[in-house]
Design a protein around this ligand. Structure first.
Ligand SMILES: CNc1nc2c(CCNCc3ccccc3)c3nc(N)[nH]c(=O)c3cc2[nH]1
Length: 376
């Protein structure tokens, strides 16, 4: 733990609307733009924490929904908290659980007070309120916590989107009040909702800024809308959010989504794609995505990318990766997860260097060119 007890964002440089910054927390610095690997049940599946750190990740995601069900928030606290339990001494960000309840739980019921649901693991009943969600995230020891919110899947009616954003604003107030009892240095982010409607996005963003948070998440996107709609909402929301606070676009996304969102002022990203794709034979490389299950790789002795500084991409042949996947060997998923997280971390490291040197547009063009090559 470094001495500084405050949570602070420092804007270091801009290149157009792209921002280079740092988020200072008691457990360390997060260099932004940042990609945050997802560690759903207290582990980044198939990776050692030290490996994730070596790739350049400054922060991981933990999942309130999964951890409250198993092993339980009070139990994690009794065991010293999530950092201790998973041997990750750096910052951890947790989601509030509402989004996961709506996508995973059975028999869920949303009300003014919160959401009740049955565990997808053993069917037992739970209630998640703004206050309980903050309490759970506190028990986990989370450095950056999320308010409980309601994310509406798109397409949705204007009434539905307005109802959900206004409920989320009332939950933002309750979350902030409940958060006041937590140790200094931790942060609670408000989450902007408002679907694909510019006026409702503006109402949500202004409402949250009036309540005042140390950072803001942009929710309600990457839920089925086209990329241009997502980007348009960023162009509405980011100018309203304070320039001296971090902006976290939830659940995003592909490398192209990330680079286009950085260009519109986003600082932090999370996405299950690199880890989930790694378990489904998909490899992300500078030249696009490769499906290693495809028979065309059976005798290809080339590595995925001989110029990569990730051993999994540089030292193993496509033929071997193909064999591991076809044989359902666990090393196959482990190596591809490593490849994909390495790619995402090298992408955000490249973005940070490009903004620092005022060449972000060139970098963006270069990444798109590489992906367009496709002769992989
Ligand atoms: C994929 N698209 C997408 N994801 C969204 C999420 C979840 C972000 N990922 C968190 C996570 C944490 C641990 C483990 C796994 C995932 C959202 N979360 C909240 N609270 N609100 C949203 O509006 C919201 C919108 C999203 N869209």
């Amino acid at each position: 733990m470094i001495e500084q007890t405050e949570f602070q964002y420092r804007l270091k440089a801009t290149d157009g609307a792209a921002r280079l910054g740092e988020v200072l927390t008691p457990r360390g610095v997060i260099r932004t733009p940042a990609f945050m690997p997802v560690g759903t049940a207290g582990t980044v599946k198939g990776m050692y924490p030290s490996q994730v750190r070596e790739l350049g990740a400054d922060i991981l995601l933990g999942n309130t929904y999964h951890l409250m069900l198993r092993p339980g928030a009070e139990r994690v606290a009794k065991l010293g908290g999530l950092h201790e339990l998973m041997r990750w001494p750096h910052p951890i960000l947790t989601d509030s659980g509402g989004f996961q309840v709506m996508s995973l739980a059975a028999l869920r019921k949303m009300s003014e007070n919160g959401v009740t649901f049955r565990s997808h693991i053993d069917g037992s009943y739970y209630e998640l309120t703004p206050e309980r969600s903050v309490e759970i995230q506190g028990l986990l020891g989370s450095d950056i916590q999320m308010q409980l919110d309601e994310c509406v899947r798109l397409p949705a009616s204007r009434e539905e989107i307005a109802r959900a954003l206004r409920l989320s604003l009332r939950w933002a107030e309750r979350s902030k009040k409940a958060f006041e009892s937590q140790p200094k240095g931790r942060a609670l982010f408000g989450i902007v909702q408002g679907g694909d409607d510019p006026a409702l996005r503006e109402e949500s963003a202004r409402g949250l800024v009036d309540i005042d948070f140390p950072g803001y998440s942009i929710g309600g996107l990457a839920v089925g809308e086209p990329q241009d709609v997502m980007l348009r909402m960023l162009e509405v929301v980011n100018p309203i959010l304070p320039a001296d606070k971090p902006r976290y676009l939830m659940g995003v996304g592909t490398p192209d989504d990330i680079i286009e969102s950085v260009a519109r002022g986003v600082d932090m990203f999370d996405c299950v794609m690199p880890t989930r794709a790694g378990r489904h034979a998909q490899a992300f490389t500078r030249f696009g995505k490769i499906n290693l299950k495809n028979a065309r790789h059976a005798e290809d002795s080339r590595p995925l990318d001989e110029e990569s500084d990730c051993p999994a991409a540089r030292d193993y042949s496509r033929a071997y990766l193909h064999h591991l996947i076809r044989s359902d060997e666990m090393l196959g998923s482990m190596l591809l997860t490593w490849v994909n997280l390495a790619y995402y971390q090298s992408l955000t490291a490249g973005i940070r260097a490009a903004i620092a040197e005022g060449r972000f547009e060139d970098f963006k063009a270069g990444v798109k060119e590489g992906w367009a090559r496709g002769d992989i």
